[in-house]
Ligand binder design. Sequence first.
Ligand SMILES: [Zn+2]
Length: 115
Amino acid sequence: MDEREFFEERTEQKVHMLVCPHCSQENEYQVNWLVRRKRQQPPRGADDLTRAKFAKASSYMVRRDDVLGCKNIRCRKRFEVTSLQSVAEINDTKVAHGADREARLRAAFGRRSQG
Ligand SMILES: [Zn+2]
């Protein structure tokens, strides 16, 4: 099963303060990220292995923009985005570690114990 099915995928623009290495000027830049948010449930028909993989998976985002054009009109040079990670974790997941374990048990033993 394709692990992409674990995630809701969409492109988001985020604003970052970045410094151009040519002119050292700091500006706000809109950077495109491919955001993969983990779904609430594993894919339908998932086997045990897939469920285990799903339990371990967490939301993350992949940077789409590698090169940006400097906003300083006297510079305008293109520079590589080195100050941002190319893959970043998303910390806004609501699942804490304890809950994660519970979810994994539920995934392994069915959901009947959940009143
Ligand atoms: Zn510049």
